[in-house]
Design a protein around this ligand. Structure first.
Ligand code: FMN
Length: 149
């Protein structure tokens, strides 16, 4: 079974709640999972895990990255993650034009690392509801399937 690292940023708890659901889903699937807040995370740590995940909300005046994940974002592109699987999720608010933009921003960064896209981004409107929990569980399954391929 793969090892998984989830790095997340959450101001009001919605993305954190998603991270917890995802963590539980991976545990139920038999994976080893580590969950770390972005402010204390180092992208180099991803090299020790098979599946690399970012969870982030979107903020600011122009759908900016949260301040506490900017350093992680900038340093990520310099890490060689060839052979790793990646996936992104996050919470946003459909009220905003650039819904969950920060989640998509991480796709571009991961592409620079050489990691392999594992599953479609999961976007959650505010706090996760039943359907979102199902989507997060399906996301975990797809990432593991991508690892096993
Ligand atoms: N959500 C989006 O999807 N796109 C945005 O551009 C966006 N901008 C925001 C700007 C401000 C000032 C605030 C307060 C919220 C914004 N949001 C936006 C919504 C947050 O991403 C959303 O509330 C999210 O659930 C917060 O996640 P958290 O609880 O993990 O901190």
């Amino acid at each position: 079974m793969p090892s998984v690292m989830i790095v997340y940023a959450s101001l009001t708890g919605n993305t954190e709640e998603c991270a917890e659901i995802l963590e539980q889903a991976f545990i139920e699937l038999g994976a080893d999972v580590e969950v770390v807040e972005s402010i204390v995370a180092d992208p180099e740590d991803y090299t020790e895990y098979d599946i690399n995940i970012v969870g982030t909300y979107t903020y600011g005046t122009d759908a900016d990255l949260p301040d506490e994940i900017v350093d992680f974002y900038e340093e990520l592109e310099d890490v060689d993650l060839s052979g790793k699987i990646y996936g992104n999720f996050g919470s946003g608010d459909t009220f905003y034009e650039k819904y969950c933009k920060s989640v998509d921003d991480f796709d571009e960064q991961f592409e620079k690392t050489g990691a392999t896209f594992g599953a479609e981004n999961v976007k959650v409107n505010l706090n996760p509801e039943e359907e979102d929990a199902e989507n997060l569980k399906a996301f975990a399954k797809k990432l593991i399937a991508a690892y096993e391929n």
